[in-house]
Design a protein. Sequence first.
Length: 276
Amino acid sequence: MGDVFSITFWGVRGSIAAPGPTTQRYGGNTPCVEITCGDRTIIIDAGTGLRPLGGKLAAEGRNKEVDLFFTHTHMDHFVGLPFFAPAYDPSNVVRFWAGHLKPERTLESACRHLMSDPLFPVPPDVFQADVSFIDFDVGATLSPAPDIKVVTAPLDHPGRATGYRVEYQGKAIAVVTDTAHVPGKPNASALKLMRNADIVVYDAMFTEAEFAARPDWGHSTWNEGVRLAEQAKAKTLVIFHHDPSRTDDQLDAIAAEAAAVRPGTITAREGETLAL
Ligand SMILES: [Zn+2]
Ligand SMILES: [Zn+2]
């Protein structure tokens, strides 16, 4: 177990959950990824995929100490938070981390806002675990455990977002969502996080044509993901944050096109695990 370094996708859909027959194969839950570093669990984002992940961690007894990092607190990345089972077990330690809210707000205040009348029936005080909210300075390198390094960098997203690079046992997994790009000007933060990474998860919500119509919506394309991954000499590119209206068949077509341009490129599917 000590050597395991893997990523599992619990939600790959952007903006809003999209259940139904046309999204079944790639999945309809909103962003949540589990990164396993030996016996420790790092979670990035609390989309609707967080609920089944929390249930699994509790069932397997892997919930005693959990660190959950937020890219940001837009609803698709936040709404699963009250349904995170490990936060309700008094024998657990749960740390929530965010870098995009300083200095105007705190993560705890955002959580209190989400879990307050008339949006939610009970406040975060119902959590029974030893819960802490940590607001860090974006750009900092964090160390949730002595052998785990989490590098952070600011992304290009309305209201700000944070990208992450988790390093463990000499390998690296980067999660770079939600972010826009400027055509022809590779994003320095994205490159920093992706440099020589083994796995890069990248916001590919838009096609190039959709991006051209919405360059300021804070999302990018798989084509830009390929350009960045090449420049950063990253290994496996995983395209992520699928548009909620994209059907499985459309995603199959995108997956084939992206893998033809950069062999080995993966289109994220809910339930899939990639191990290093
Ligand atoms: Zn999003
Ligand atoms: Zn967002």
